[in-house]
Design a protein around this ligand. Structure first.
Ligand code: UD1
Length: 441
């Protein structure tokens, strides 16, 4: 199994180009199910999670052509509406096919995603939302089965918690419903706005994405009824009418604000000077403010976001919140910066209940962190970290270990790096271009 080895202590310097956002690309690729024809994508990152969703779409019967960061998906050939356990268990975001499948085919069967390292992460709100749109939901033998007697029906639905993939799933489902759907207390992440923009390009009628209330006027009717070869969840042969669909489009994926944030924190932590190219500063308010509070200089220039580490790293409290608050996906990386700050910082994780797994590994590198009440961490800044053998436990935790390795004295070896390949494209190449001593072994 691959490991990453880093010899730390080198300030990062140079330019790095940010890839397309994983969390934007996943729902955008799932949205291809809503279209009976080709959808062309550009700026798709080369990541394990992207491979996982492509495999899943292919298994449903979609045809996929990939050429570097360009991907064409034609979902006209989908012949089954069943996402199997072996494909879904690799990536929880596979639940994103549920809404589009039930919208287009009137029924879907999707394996219930299991728990994951960072918490239980239920999908109850996705299911309640689909029920509000008229689907009947049952859970049997580990599978969610959603059925309708034709098309979904527009309705109002309130999310008890703003959920990112839940908002995306319901937004996609409602595009082909009859009538109008209003979703309230929606998540407001830029990836949701990007999905709404893409769906509108495909002929959907969505307003309000990026705010707490999203209004979706079902549009399928105006595009006309189409024939599908899909009849039942597992039939290849019988022919029946499917619901209407959206129309082909070309979609460009927005830049990855979490990848950009990870490089920004790494620049600050190593007291380097890095130009982050291709990122969207508008999406990164929380990260930029907190980096500035910690003493780094962050300049938004024509060429990109330039981050220069300050002489001193100042202790800074963070509290993770739904967008536009500080992202939970940057908590672990920021904690590394705080672990070498002057003074004490409090990190409050409010989104996931078990997202401090990286703390044990950072302690092995000399960080002084204690967890209290499950979702608070007190980080007492130390002068330096020291290289150690550590283990990645989840995607963002592994990014934090890479940053820790880059600042630590000596050699850090990170095992289980498959977690990092789920969400960071060419991470060792991008860091070594900035002068880091990092290699895969
Ligand atoms: C998405 C992101 C992930 C990020 C997270 C929070 C993708 C593919 N993944 O995950 O990188 O860390 O947002 O920004 O975009 N919840 C429920 N019931 C539900 C759904 C969610 O209780 O039906 C809870 C979750 O347990 C969690 C909170 O809502 O406490 C937010 O989770 P959610 O926004 O759904 O995260 P994901 O969409 O899974």
């Amino acid at each position: 199994m691959d490991k990453i080895e880093i010899t730390g202590g080198i300030p990062l310097e140079g330019k790095v180009m940010i890839s397309g956002a994983k969390n934007a690309a996943l729902p955008l690729l799932a949205a291809s199910i809503l279209v009976q024809g080709p959808v062309d994508y550009t700026n798709i990152p080369n990541l394990m999670d992207i491979k996982s969703i492509k495999l899943l779409l292919e298994d449903l019967g979609a045809s996929i052509e990939s050429n570097g960061s360009k991907v064409r998906i034609n979902a006209a050939s989908i012949y089954k509406a069943e996402a199997e356990y072996d494909l879904v268990r690799k990536m929880r975001a596979s639940i994103l096919v549920l809404g589009p499948l039930v919208a287009r085919f009137g029924h879907a069967k999707v394996s219930l995603p299991g728990g994951c390292a960072i918490g239980a992460r239920p999908v109850d709100l996705h299911l309640k939302g689909l029920e509000a749109l008229g689907a009947t939901i049952s859970i049997e033998h580990g599978y969610i089965e959603a059925t309708t007697d034709g098309r979904l029906k527009g309705n109002e639905f309130y999310f008890d918690i703003p959920t990112v993939t839940g908002t995306e799933n319901l937004m996609m489902a409602a595009t082909l419903a009859t009538g109008t759907t209003v979703l309230r207390n929606c998540a407001r992440e830029p990836e949701i706005t990007a999905l709404a923009d893409a769906l509108n390009q495909m002929g959907a009628d969505i307003t309000g994405a990026g705010t707490a209330a999203i209004r979706i006027n079902g549009v399928g009717e105006s595009l006309g009824q189409t024939q599908s070869i899909l009849n039942s969840a597992n039939s290849r042969n019988s022919s029946t009418e499917s619901n209407p669909s959206l129309k082909p489009a070309t979609i460009n994926v927005i830049p990855d604000r979490i990848e950009a944030g990870t490089f920004m924190v790494a620049a600050a932590a190593t007291k380097g000077d890095v130009l982050i190219q291709g990122a969207e500063p508008e999406h990164m308010g929380g990260i930029i403010s907190k980096l500035r509070q910690s003493g780094a200089s962050v300049d938004i220039t024509e060429e990109g976001i330039r981050v220069k580490g300050g002489e001193k790293i100042k202790s800074t409290d963070i509290k993770t919140l739904p967008y536009p608050g500080f992202p939970t996906d940057m908590q672990a990386q920021f904690m590394v910066l705080m672990s070498i700050a002057e003074g004490n910082s409090v990190v409050h994780e409010t989104i996931f209940e078990n997202r401090f797994i990286h703390v044990n590994e950072l302690q092995r590198m000399g960080a002084d962190i204690s967890i209290s009440g499950g979702n608070y961490a007190m980080v007492r800044g130390v002068k330096s970290l020291s290289g150690a053998q550590v283990m990645a436990s989840d995607l963002r935790a592994s990014a934090s270990l890479v940053i820790a390795g880059l600042v630590a004295k000596g050699v850090t070896t990170i095992s289980r790096v498959y977690h990092i390949d789920r969400g960071y494209e060419s991470i060792e190449k991008k860091f070594s271009n900035l002068g880091a001593q990092i290699k895969r072994c």
